[in-house]
Design a protein around this ligand. Structure first.
Ligand code: DNO
Length: 387
C-alpha cells in the first residue's frame, strides 16, 4: 500500500514535514477553502501539488471534491455544477491528482455524538450512540415525522436518555451533531438544519441512488479521458439519521452502484470505520466482491457496546474489522493490479503529545502516527508470510 495521510492544508496544525516524518509518501488533501460547486482555479491546485512535492511527497488523492446539494437533488443549478465538477476533474488530473474521494450524503457529512470519549489512559476518541441521536431529533430538532424512522422502543429509550442527561451531556450531544466536522463547511443551528432537511422531503433512497448514478455516468467520459478514479465514501454512520436517505451503506448499495455504473472508474473508498458501524457489514467480504473498484482505503476500527452504540477503537488493528484479513486482500489486489493503492490511517486517538495543537476531531498527529505504523507493520508481516 501507499502510506497516505490527510492534511487539511496550511491551517492544519500538523505540518507537512511532520507528516513526512511519519513515513508518509502520499498526501490526501483538498482545497478546503473552496465551497461545494466552486470552480477550482488551476493555479491553486498547482500550488498545492507543488507545496506537497517540495515537502518530499505526492498529492495523489483529493478528499474531497464536494458534490453540490443541487447535484444530489437534481434541482436548481445542477447542470452547471456538474460542468464545474468536470472542469475540476480535468484540472486535478493535469496536476497529477487521479483519485477523487467524495460522498453523496445529503446535508451532513459524518456524525458523532461524543467528540471527547476519554479512555482510561487519558487519550481521547470519538463515540456514537443512536439513542442520543434519536433524543436530539425528538427534543432539540423536534423533527416532524421521526416516528417513521424510529420504533417505539427506540423512542422510549431515547426519552429516558434525555431525561437522565445532564445539561452538559445535552450540550455535548447537540454541539457534536450540529458541528461542522471536516467535510461540512459551517456549524448548523437546529432551525438551519430543519430547513436543509425540508429540502430533501420526498426524495427517497431510490431517487437519490438514481441521481448518484446519473451524475457518475455523466462524468464518465471525463474519467475515461483523464484516468481519474472516483472513490465514493460510504455513509457514516451507515444507517439513516435525521430521516435522510442513505445510499452507500452496505454491500448491496455498492452492488447497485456497480451495476448501474459500468465504468471501473466509478469506485469506492473502502472506509472500514464507516461501513463497520453496521455490524452486518463485513469489510473483508466487501473488499473481495468489489476488489477492482476499490480506489482508496481508510483503515480504522470500532468497538461496539451494542448495535448502534460504538466508539472508535484504541488501535487501528483491533475491533470489529478483521484488519489482518483485510490487509491480506489489499496486498493480493495490489499484486493483481501491479500497482499500489493509497491507504490512510483514518482518525486516531488524541494523545498527550497532541496537547497544544487544535486538531480536527479524529485527526490528531499521535493517534494517526501509531495507526499508520501499526498498519505498515501488519502489511510487512503479511508480505513476508506470502513469500
Ligand atoms: C471523516 C471523513 C469524511 C470524508 C468525506 C469524504 O473523517 O472520512 O469527512 O472525508 O465523507 O467525502
Amino acid at each position: 500500500m501507499k502510506a497516505g495521510w490527510r492534511w487539511f492544508g496550511p491551517t492544519d496544525p500538523v505540518s507537512l514535514q511532520e507528516i513526512r516524518q511519519a513515513g508518509v509518501t502520499d498526501v490526501v488533501t483538498s482545497l478546503y477553502h473552496r465551497k461545494p460547486g466552486d470552480v477550482w482555479p488551476l493555479r491553486e491546485i498547482k500550488a498545492c501539488a507543488e507545496k506537497v512535492r517540495k515537502a518530499g511527497m505526492t498529492w495523489s488523492v483529493v478528499e474531497s471534491v464536494p458534490v453540490h446539494e443541487d447535484i444530489k437533488k437534481r434541482t436548481g443549478g445542477y447542470l452547471r455544477y456538474i460542468e464545474n465538477y468536470k472542469r475540476n476533474l480535468r484540472s486535478l488530473a493535469a496536476c497529477g491528482v487521479k483519485v477523487v474521494c467524495y460522498n453523496f450524503m445529503p446535508v451532513h457529512d459524518w456524525a458523532r455524538t461524543d467528540l471527547r470519549v476519554v479512555l482510561p489512559d487519558g487519550s481521547i476518541t470519538l463515540g456514537y450512540d443512536q439513542y442520543e441521536v434519536c433524543a436530539f431529533e425528538m427534543f432539540v430538532l423536534k423533527r416532524p415525522g421521526l416516528e417513521a424512522d424510529y420504533d417505539t422502543a427506540t423512542r422510549a429509550r431515547a426519552e429516558k436518555v434525555w431525561k437522565r442527561a445532564s445539561a452538559r451531556d445535552k450540550k455535548r450531544i447537540t454541539s457534536a451533531l450540529l458541528l461542522g466536522l471536516p467535510g461540512t463547511t459551517e456549524d448548523a443551528t437546529p432551525e438551519g438544519l430543519r430547513h436543509e432537511l425540508a429540502a430533501y422531503a420526498g426524495l427517497n433512497a431510490r431517487r437519490l441512488k438514481q441521481n448518484l448514478y446519473a451524475f457518475l455516468n455523466e462524468i464518465t467520459p471525463v474519467l475515461d479521458e483523464t484516468g481519474i478514479d472516483m472513490a465514493i465514501h460510504p455513509d457514516d454512520p451507515p444507517f439513516p439519521i435525521f430521516g435522510l436517505p442513505r445510499i452507500l451503506s452496505s454491500a448491496k448499495d455498492i452492488r447497485d452502484m456497480v451495476r448501474a455504473c459500468p465504468s471501473v472508474h466509478a469506485g469506492v473508498t473502502l472506509c472500514t470505520g464507516s461501513l463497520g458501524a453496521d455490524l452486518r457489514n463485513d469489510a473483508v467480504k466487501i473488499f473481495r466482491e468489489f476488489h477492482d473498484r476499490i480506489h482508496f482505503c481508510h483503515f480504522r476500527n470500532l468497538l461496539h457496546a451494542e448495535p448502534g452504540v460504538f466508539r472508535e477503537s484504541d488501535s487501528h488493528l483491533t475491533g470489529n474489522t478483521d484488519m489482518p484479513a483485510l490487509m491480506l486482500e489489499l496486498v493480493k489486489e495490489e499484486r493483481r493490479r501491479g500497482r499500489e493503492i493509497v491507504m490512510r490511517p483514518d482518525h486516531g486517538r488524541m494523545l498527550d503529545i497532541d496537547k497544544g495543537r487544535t486538531c480536527y476531531y479524529g485527526y490528531s498527529y499521535g493517534g494517526r502516527l501509531i495507526g499508520l505504523s501499526e498498519l505498515r507493520g501488519l502489511e510487512l508481516g503479511i508480505k513476508f508470510g506470502l513469500k
